[in-house]
Design a protein around this ligand. Sequence first.
Ligand SMILES: Cc1cc2nc3c(=O)[nH]c(=O)nc-3n(C[C@H](O)[C@H](O)[C@H](O)COP(=O)(O)OP(=O)(O)OC[C@H]3O[C@@H](n4cnc5c(N)ncnc54)[C@H](O)[C@@H]3O)c2cc1C
Length: 384
Amino acid sequence: MDLSLTPEAERYGEGLRAWVEDNLPQEWRDVPLGTGNDDDYVAMRRTWGRQLAEAGWMAPHWPVEYGGRGLGVDAQLAYLDVMVGSGAPEPMNTNGLNIFAPALMQFGSPAQKERYLAPMVAHEEVWCQGFSEPQAGSDLGGLSTRAVPDGDRLIVSGQKVWTSYAHFAQLCYLMVRVPGESGGVTMVVLHMDRPGVTVRPLRNSTGSSEFCEVFLDDVVVDVDDIVGEIGGGWRAATFALARERSSGMAQRSLQMARELDRMVGALRAEVPDSTPETALVDAYVRSRAVDSTVRRVLAMAADGQEPGMLAPCAKILWSEGHQAQLGTLVELAGAQVSAAGPGWSDWTRALLFSRAETIYGGTSEIQRNLVAKAMGLPSDRGQG
Ligand SMILES: Cc1cc2nc3c(=O)[nH]c(=O)nc-3n(C[C@H](O)[C@H](O)[C@H](O)COP(=O)(O)OP(=O)(O)OC[C@H]3O[C@@H](n4cnc5c(N)ncnc54)[C@H](O)[C@@H]3O)c2cc1C
């Protein structure tokens, strides 16, 4: 597989690198994911996304009419290289841009694409993902949020949970079930300011409220906001989830190698007596395996190929490898990290938030089930 960039993508990357060096504030670099003061963290990511979009760097591989630059898909690799190389934060709309937008481009109506894609790139509207429910996480097919047709609208009632940044989002791509239809699973766009939407943030172990409960009581969704067909939501959801496990996690996965370099620097400075060789070499090997696998997944996408089993492999390698990497830090720096000692608080937050990485986007068990299925083996519960 050819992992090199076209000259056009190279030129785009060079321009972006120079712009980032001039425009990315030092204090926005290498901020741990999903942690800290929610308002400040979200404002940083939203401003960053807005600035990138205003300067024309966002979504380089998207068509120009949707706010992109109309370049080849390999320009996305150039974009990621610059972001990872500079320790930039993920723009706020990463969820919408990488997960929902590809599904909207594939299954949405021309009017929906025109209405939603350009404001998403511009960060005028922030998106969240309304898939998981209290009784339907891994088993998304068991979702019970109901959408009852009523003329040119649907009346939606139910509850979602773990909805990341719902308290900052204007829009949500939401999975519902239309009763009476065969299967009935349907993807719709929900406007978060509609009457009947209640968002309750949940506090996680880092002290931040990355995710929320979302309660829906007779909320109106226009039929024009059904993505694809009533009952066609399963295809749209699986398409979106496959993107979540590939391009959706690419920046944080590739950032693992940079984090390891910083970790080695911190250990040298703070714990010069530690004898870290073997554990750090193992971490290095893991981070390189993640890097290669993620690049291969992205290159396949650039080549118009489906990554298939390689996407769950990349998710397992990154999420478990990253937890192990931060586990090595605790092993070597000890209680200073686990107790957020002076100089270590960012690392403590990264460590705590990394526990979620083997859960969101599909748990490690579910990823293994997908790999098992592709290998022709039974999964550990005979499904998945
Ligand atoms: C930080 C974070 C952010 C999130 N953001 C969002 C979001 O924005 N939107 C959204 O919709 N969801 C989000 N989620 C939810 C996430 O997708 C679910 O937590 C995940 O899919 C698991 O579902 P569950 O929590 O209901 O656990 P369950 O599905 O109840 O699983 C419990 C345990 O059983 C195991 N298990 C379940 N089924 C099987 C099986 N068939 N075979 C083997 N083992 C199995 C699981 O691996 C797990 O260990 C987020 C989660 C986290 C932690």
